[in-house]
Design a protein around this ligand. Structure first.
Ligand code: HCB
Length: 233
C-alpha cells in the first residue's frame, strides 16, 4: 500500500501537480505512514526524477520551480510531524547552512528539522552563505564541540567546501568542529579529499552520522551515511 502511495506522490511532484501532491500527502498521513517515509520515499524521489529530466533537457527551470513548490507545500503539512522530538537530552549544538552561490534549501531544511527533532540545538544560517560567515559563527560558538551541517547541490558550490575546510583549519578551530557535508554531488571520496568528517545520503542518515561524529566515531559515521537509501536498480 505504502509503495503505491510513494510512487503516486513522486509522479505528482514530477508532473508539478500542486493540489494533487498536497491531497496525496494528506491521504498518506491519514493512513499512518510516517512523515519521514513520505518525504524520502515519495516527495524526494519525485525531485530526483525532475532533476534527471532537467539534465536530459526534457523540462526547464519553471517546471523545477513548480515541482519544488509542490514539495514545499507538502512539507508545510509534514514539518510539524517531523519536528516531534523524542524528548531526549540535548546532543549538542549544530550550525546549518547552504554554501555560497547555492539556493537549494529543501534538503538542508529537512536535515536541520530532523536534527532538531533528534536532540540537536540547530542554528540555521540559510542559503548562499559565504565561508567567512560560517567561520565567524563557528569561532563565536561557546561550545567545546560544534556540528557543522553544510549543503551543496551543485558541483560548483561543492568546490567551496574545500576552501571552507582550509579556512576552518587556518582559524585554529578544527578541533572543535565536526564537519558533515551533504547534497547530491557530495560523496565519501570528496569528504576524504577535503579532510571533512562525514556525509549522509538523506536526513535519516544525517542524524545517525551526526550522532556518531559527535562521539568521535568516524568509522561508524561512514557506515551510517547510506542508511535509508533506496536500493539502486
Ligand atoms: Co536546481 N539543480 N538549479 N533548482 N535542482 C539541481 C541541483 C541539478 C542537479 C539538476 C540537474 O541538472 N540534474 C543541477 C545542478 C547540476 C550540478 O551542478 N551538478 C541544478 C541546477 C543546474 C540549477 C540552476 C543552475 C538552474 C539554472 O538556473 N539554469 C539553478 C541554480 C540556483 C542556485 O542555487 N544558484 C537551480 C535552481 C533550482 C530551483 C530554485 C528551481 C530549485 C530549488 C528550490 C529550493 O531548494 N528552494 C531547484 C531544484 C528543486 C533542484 C532539484 C530538482 C531537486 C533538489 C531537491 O530539493 N531535492 C535538483 C536535482 C537533484 O538534486 N537531483 C536540481 C530534494 C531534497 C530533499 O534532496 O538532495 O537536496 P537533497 O537533500 C537530501 C540529501 O542530499 C541530504 O539529505 C537531504 C534530505 O534527505 N543532505 C545532507 C542535504 N544536505 C545535507 C547536509 C548534510 O550535512 C548531510 C546530508
Amino acid at each position: 500500500m505504502a509503495d503505491k502511495i510513494f510512487a503516486e506522490l513522486a509522479e505528482l511532484v514530477n508532473t508539478q501537480n500542486l493540489a494533487g501532491t498536497v491531497e496525496k500527502t494528506k491521504e498518506a498521513m491519514e493512513k499512518g505512514i510516517p512523515a519521514l517515509d513520505i518525504v524520502q520515499n515519495g516527495l524526494a524521489e519525485g525531485m530526483k526524477i525532475v532533476g534527471d529530466r532537467f539534465e536530459d533537457g526534457e523540462i526547464f527551470l519553471p517546471q523545477i520551480m513548480m515541482s519544488a513548490k509542490a514539495m514545499n507545500e507538502a512539507m508545510v503539512l509534514l514539518t510539524p510531524e517531523l519536528e516531534k522530538g523524542d524528548g531526549s537530552e540535548s546532543k549538542g549544538y549544530a550550525i546549518s547552512f547552504v554554501q555560497e552561490g547555492d539556493i537549494h534549501d529543501i534538503g538542508n531544511r529537512l536535515v536541520s528539522t530532523m536534527l532538531g527533532a533528534n536532540g540537536y540545538d540547530v542554528k540555521t544560517l540559510g542559503v548562499d552563505v559565504p565561508n567567512e560567515k560560517v567561520v565567524d559563527e563557528l569561532t563565536a560558538a561557546k561550545q567545546d564541540k560544534v556540528l557543522l551541517v553544510g549543503s551543496a547541490l551543485m558541483t560548483t558550490s561543492m568546490l567551496s567546501q574545500k576552501d571552507l575546510m582550509i579556512a576552518i583549519n587556518e582559524a585554529g578551530i578544527r578541533d572543535k568542529v565536526k564537519c558533515m557535508f551533504g547534497g547530491a554531488p557530495v560523496s565519501q571520496s570528496w569528504i576524504d579529499e577535503i579532510g571533512a568528517d562525514g556525509t549522509a545520503e538523506n536526513a535519516a542518515a544525517a542524524v545517525l552520522v551526526a550522532d556518531k561524529l559527535m562521539v568521535g566515531d568516524k568509522a561508524a559515521a561512514k557506515e551510517g551515511a547510506k542508511v535509508g537509501q533506496k536500493a539502486k536498480a
